[in-house]
Design a protein around this ligand. Structure first.
Ligand code: AMP
Ligand code: MG
Length: 502
């Protein structure tokens, strides 16, 4: 019997001809993934969208992939990225398992994501390109609404400097998809150095296929964590340590900007510490630490303030899966327990930067903690508070009043502002001050902004989507042409219900 790891507590046109033109010019490569062997994937072609049309493009991702100039106007690329077969390489879907809402869910896998292959060391997946052997009777499709959200969220994260998969483009189609009602289908082409998840490790470990588990761990170490081979501890333990550290840093960044993922199942946890699988996520408006953004999450397992604890729990699932390779229970637990100080350090640093300092300092902890308590008590807008505070620190006219305007009872805010000013005066000599305007975004992807872009796109107008995408690319700049992107959310924003349905 393997020992069980126990977490001690929760921490707070001619389609074929067009496609082959792309293939001849720029094939994807599946050779690296194939090294893993047949147990890891099923060869599977996408199901093409009917009458595909471009909706949006992301040129930085295209540059990272070294796509040819003009790809975004090229019908051949449109057909390839909307699932039209005809590539000389065989696309594939990978198998994984996972814990969903804290319960072992068994085999899941890429049910609607198909890997075209790699390019420039990046995996390129089509999300919503039809059923795969892992679709479990679902349709393998994604609706326009959720695809717009994934496209925009990927951009929002890059703009904020938070690790994430990226989205190359969004393609729509009149193909009907049934959710609670009839909707239209879309495909997002998403890109990451790897889409391997905790759930891939859990899959082979749960089956007792230790040979495959080891092959997977060796693959991930060789291609993504080569430093683990030179560590002064066994490589599999070093891998768990590295993933633990990256995950702690990731969730600390989420908490610092008010990002709630919504479905932090272990199959949505990237082995590279990337934000992955955008579903019912939300950037908070009014600061409610216990906010639940996923309408389907009735127990609030994935509430905003539970995210660090959930990531820690998920890391225990990964540790449990790796235990047959590490074969040292105590060392495994010690590495996992290092999540807590790593998270605290990363969050301290992120909050110090929001307060205008390049480094964390113990005196800043009560300062940001009291700010968050004040924001929570008065349900003040999180993003606007930090941004207006930054404008005030920069001496911008009226900005002191504009901070107070965010509070129902401004007197408590005035007391806090006074403490902030004194702390700044004292600390500026010790820690290098940095521009708060570069650490507190003017624009985040609020639900209602996404919703407005979705409604326009559903009506065939893709301009609002492109405008928002551009603003999210430079979230620390005031979007002068779009003051609505930096305004308080309208009342109807509170009524937006986002569920797992996508
Ligand atoms: P998610 O909650 O989106 O991360 O999805 C959980 C699992 O369900 C993954 O294995 C997905 O591939 C699968 N899945 C979600 N939606 C669909 C769909 N429409 N068709 C097929 N599989 C799906
Ligand atoms: Mg998923």
């Amino acid at each position: 019997m393997r020992p069980m790891l126990v977490a001690d507590h929760q921490v707070s046109t001619s389609h074929a001809a067009a496609a082959s033109a792309v293939a001849a010019a720029s094939p994807f490569d599946t050779a690296r993934m194939r090294q893993l062997g047949a147990a890891f994937f099923a060869d599977h072609n996408p199901t093409p969208l009917t009458e595909p049309h471009w909706i949006a493009h992301d040129h930085p991702t295209a540059r990272a992939l070294d796509l040819p100039a003009g790809w975004a106007q090229d019908a051949a690329w449109l057909h390839t990225l909307s699932g039209n077969p005809g590539l000389p390489v065989q696309p594939m879907a990978t198998v994984y398992s996972g814990h969903q809402f804290g319960v072992w869910a068994g085999q899941l896998g890429d049910g609607r994501a198909i890997l075209l292959g790699e390019r420039q060391g990046l995996e390129v997946q089509l999300k919503g390109a039809g059923p795969t052997p892992f679709s479990r009777r679902a349709d393998g499709r994604a609706v326009l609404r959720s695809s717009v959200r994934e496209f925009l969220a990927s951009q929002a994260m890059r703009g904020l400097g938070i690790p994430s998969s990226s989205a190359l483009c969004l393609i729509g189609s009149p193909t009907t998809v049934w959710r609670e009602q009839a909707e239209t289908a879309a495909v997002v082409t998403r890109v990451a150095p790897s889409f391997i998840r905790f759930g891939h490790f859990e899959h082979f470990s749960a089956k007792g296929d230790i040979e495959s588990l080891q092959q997977l761990a060796d693959f991930v170490i060789t291609h993504h964590y080569p430093e683990c081979l030179a560590a002064d501890e066994p490589p599999y333990l070093a891998l768990l340590r590295a993933v633990t550290q990256r995950s702690a840093q990731l969730v600390a960044l989420w908490q610092s900007v008010g990002f709630c993922h919504g479905v932090l199942n272990t199959d949505n946890m990237s082995i590279l510490g990337l934000t992955l699988d955008y579903g019912p996520f939300q950037f908070l408006d009014a600061f409610d630490p216990a906010h639940i953004c996923n309408h389907s999450d009735t127990q609030g397992r994935y509430a905003f303030n539970r995210q660090p604890g959930v990531v820690y729990w998920n890391l225990f699932c990964l540790g449990q899966a790796l235990l047959p390779l590490i074969d040292d229970h105590d060392a495994t637990v010690a590495v996992l327990e290092a999540f807590k100080p790593a998270y605290a350090r990363a969050f301290d640093l992120a909050m110090a930067r929001k307060l205008g300092f390049s480094e964390a300092d113990p005196s800043l902890t009560p300062l940001y903690t009291s700010a968050l308590e004040l924001l929570a008590a008065q349900r003040a807008d999180l993003t606007l508070f930090w941004r207006r505070l930054s404008l005030r620190a920069g001496g911008s006219e009226d900005s002191a009043q504009r901070v107070q305007d965010l509070f129902v009872d401004p007197s408590a805010a005035l007391v806090w502002l006074d403490t902030f000013d004194r702390a700044h005066a004292q600390l500026s000599a010790l820690s290098q001050p940095i521009s708060m305007l570069r650490t507190n975004p003017a624009v985040v992807l609020r639900n209602h902004l996404g919703e407005l872009a979705i409604r326009a796109a559903q009506g065939g107008d893709f301009v609002p989507l492109a405008q928002l995408h551009r603003a999210l690319d430079a979230p620390f700049d005031e979007p002068l042409a779009h003051p609505e992107f930096t305004a308080l959310p309208p009342d109807w924003a509170q009524g937006i219900e986002i569920s797992c349905s996508s």
